[in-house]
Design a protein around this ligand. Sequence first.
Ligand code: NDP
Length: 450
Amino acid sequence: MSQSDQSRLAEFMAGLERRNPGETEFHQAVHEVAQHIIPFIQRNPEYEEKQILERLTEPDRIVSFRVCWEDDEGNIRTQRGYRVQHNNAIGPYKGGIRFHHNVTQSILKFLAFEQTFKNSLTGLPMGGGKGGADFNPKGKSDREIMRFCQAFMSELFRHIGPFTDVPAGDIGVGAREVSYMFGQYKRISNEFVGVLTGKGLAFGGSEIRVEATGYGCVYFMEDMLKHRGMDLEGKRCLVSGSGNVAQYTAEKIIALGGKVVSLSDSGGSIYDPAGIDAEKLEWVKDLKEVRRGRISEYAEHFDCEYYEGKRPWGIEGELAFPCATQNEISGEDARTLVNNGCLGVSEGANMPSTADAIDVFQEARLMFAPSKAANAGGVAVSGLEMTQNSMRLSWSRDELNQRLRSIMGEIHRKCIQYGETEDGYVDYLKGSNVAGFVKVADAMIAYGVI
Ligand code: NDP
């Protein structure tokens, strides 16, 4: 980066941090994008003149609201709910809902900002948004989950709609929670419309949506490997997390001949040197989706190592798929991965690598796929769920899988177009940032000053 780009970036970030005090995750996500967009707009002054980056880093609006519900003992509980409607230049706001005790406005702003670029990359007409609540679903009964989802939707419903804002799932929000929220929306509005994605197949859901984020993340890795003349066959793969994204990442790796040796949750990681095969993975799905147990139980059941309180990055592997949460790979973890011979990282989770970790990966010339490219498959199939809802028909599993495969291939191609450097290394972070930016920025310019 030139001296003048560097000082422009420093000036821009100082202003952003002043306007958004204490929102460290949001600062981190914006910095990750601005480092590439600032040099790009210096060469394309129309974007500078129209103040696109400044406008893009201020959400269209943020709604914050009280969510009151009653637990099984009859105690009244109060949580804070949010919806960040970041940008709708290219389509209705679209992005998941997260229920996790650590949810803050900063985390949702970073996710909504990232979502705007990711949705643009899919090529589908979707803007960016994200929502959630500081509600901890762990240990709650099914009835408590239902009451919370209904209370949350009782307020959220007035801010969303099939042409306005279409939420989906994220951490702590799976098929069960989406169903409770959709039911409540339908009850209040008296309309059966595609206002949420990730719905059950019986009521407007799409085939492949459950699998899409994980499958897409592996398809992206497959394309990066192919670009370097390699494939997944026989590669030892480290997967973190054991929720929706981790499960289907593991499933696709296994199907393509890779060997998954780890999974994790917030308690720790398991290491299974024999490999997690399809049968063991079914056991994990049942553990997490039906019994709602801990990953430590895998180690007891299949007699392998469990590293309490640890992430899997100390285990030797050639490919890494972080699929749990933000900032789960530190600079030190990244150095350990590189020293252990890791060749590539495909981010299933949102922003799982810290800025230091990304520097380490890129200096080592690793294949590094940032989340806005690698995990875009989930929202892409959500977009296809919206299309099917509008047309009132359902495509087959094969058709949707093919569409997902081709969207991931197209994102990979765009990353190369904007991210290939002179020595042939592909900077996927730069490629995805610039490709995602251009489409949104051009739409914003077309609208004039709004
Ligand atoms: P789930 O709730 O299904 O699973 C989350 C997994 O990550 C669980 O194993 C959970 O463990 C673990 N985890 C969560 N928080 C932490 C933490 N602070 N430290 C360690 N482990 C943690 O969520 P998803 O699989 O849907 O989401 C995972 C990631 O993928 C998130 O970053 C999400 O934003 C991203 N993503 C999801 C998409 C989707 O379609 N679902 C789409 C695009 C991105 P535990 O159960 O112990 O909390």
